[in-house]
Design a protein around this ligand. Structure first.
Ligand code: MN
Length: 128
């Protein structure tokens, strides 16, 4: 079974690119455009990894990560933050709020998948 990834990202272009790359690799992708919706979906379950934009309108990614870490249903799930390169301190804050790791925006299509797979069980190799 392909790994299932929950993508929480408000920007349509970023969402499109990440989903395209993940689906091309055989992953199942579910999209959420804001934090509350992402949390709702994550609690419902079935995801192997959460890819979390930090700069979200309303509830930011740090808060989303904190909430996911507090809930028994989601406290173990790997969370990869997507942080903007320019924002000094974003990475440290992301890790402090419970993210497993981070990747920097803009997404690099050549390295994106390998960056994500480091955080998937079995390295994400069990696709198909
Ligand atoms: Mn954003």
């Amino acid at each position: 079974m392909p790994a299932s990834i929950l993508l929480i990202e408000d920007n349509e272009q970023n969402r499109y690119l990440a989903t395209f790359l993940l689906k091309s690799r055989g992953y199942s992708v579910t999209e959420a455009v804001d934090g509350p919706k992402g949390i709702e979906l994550a609690i419902r379950g079935g995801f192997d990894l959460v890819l979390l934009d930090i700069q979200l309108p309303g509830m930011d990614g740090y808060t989303v990560a904190t909430v996911l870490r507090e809930k028994p249903e989601t406290k173990e799930i790997p969370i990869v933050a997507v942080t903007s390169y320019a924002m000094v301190g974003d990475r440290e804050k992301a890790l402090a709020s419970g993210c497993s790791g981070y990747i920097e925006k803009p997404i690099n299509p050549d390295t994106f998948i390998s960056q994500i797979e480091r955080f998937l069980p079995a390295g994400g190799r069990n696709t198909q």
